[in-house]
Design a protein around this ligand. Structure first.
Ligand code: PEP
Length: 250
């Protein structure tokens, strides 16, 4: 199946109103990318700015997290319906920084994915193993458990509505990247796991690779049969690098 490639930028906690202008305006006028889906997950305060600057073009905007609650006394939290107010297309859940710094465990990640689906936002569910877990040959067990917890919460009927991102924790922001073969092996495994439950969903499922993707390593990763695009952290903050990576996905 020919899945439309998706490249998503994760700005993390970076940016300012003035710095973002050049980046967003550069993305808004970038051409030759219509065969791709592209999105940038900006910090919450910049969602309005991203919407204003990107609305006329083909690039969408997303969020990096969502509350597990719908409304109420949860100081500092942002609900799915608030994100929907800003016409967010994608929301990250289970990013390794959330899992390790904010205790987002498998169950919470599943609940958050469900909250996004409830308001029509596509969850990008991040899974991945630490270096120690890879060394101990626990990769498949770890990512299976992460995936299963999400499926349990969203229900089998919604398997076709999510995006997966394989992000080996040891490769995020470290300059280390999974080899194309390592990425393909895990992506194929993930697709196989989904196929056991829903073959059609597995065929159309987009599985992104994330972890120090740069212009000089993106092409080989994107050429792998089960790699359907990328989740790009650091390099998404540089317009030229991000657009180069996007073009390598076409
Ligand atoms: C990320 O933040 O999801 C990520 C993959 O970061 P980086 O590309 O910087 O490794």
């Amino acid at each position: 199946m020919n899945r439309k490639q998706l490249v998503v930028g994760n700005w993390k906690m970076n940016g300012s109103l003035s710095d973002n202008e050049a980046l967003l305006d550069g993305l808004a006028v970038a051409d030759g990318l219509s065969e791709l889906d592209i999105s940038v997950c900006v910090p919450y305060p910049y969602l309005a700015q991203a919407r204003e600057r990107l609305a006329a073009g083909i690039i969408s905007w997303g969020a990096q997290n969502v509350s597990e609650h719908d409304a109420g006394a949860y100081t500092g939290e942002i609900s799915g319906s608030m994100l929907a107010d800003f016409e967010v297309s994608f929301g990250l859940v289970g990013h390794s920084e959330r899992r390790s710094f904010y205790a987002d465990d498998n169950e919470l990640v599943g609940i958050k994915a469900r909250k996004l689906l409830n308001v029509g936002i596509t969850p990008i569910v991040c899974v991945g193993e630490t270096f120690k877990q890879r060394e101990a040959e626990e990769t498949f067990g770890i990512i299976s458990a992460q995936l299963e917890a999400v499926i349990e919460r969203i229900g089998l009927e919604n398997l076709g509505r999510i995006v997966l991102a394989y992000e080996p924790v040891w490769a995020i922001g470290t300059g280390l990247t999974a080899s194309p073969e390592q990425a393909q092996e895990v992506h194929e495994y993930l697709r196989g796991q989904v196929a056991l439950l829903d073959e059609a969903a597995a065929r159309s499922l987009r599985i992104l690779y994330g972890g120090s993707v740069k212009p000089d390593n993106a092409e080989k990763l994107f050429r792998q049969a089960d790699v359907d695009g990328g989740l790009i952290g650091g390099a998404s903050l540089n317009l030229i690098d991000f657009l180069t990576i996007c073009r390598l996905a076409t």
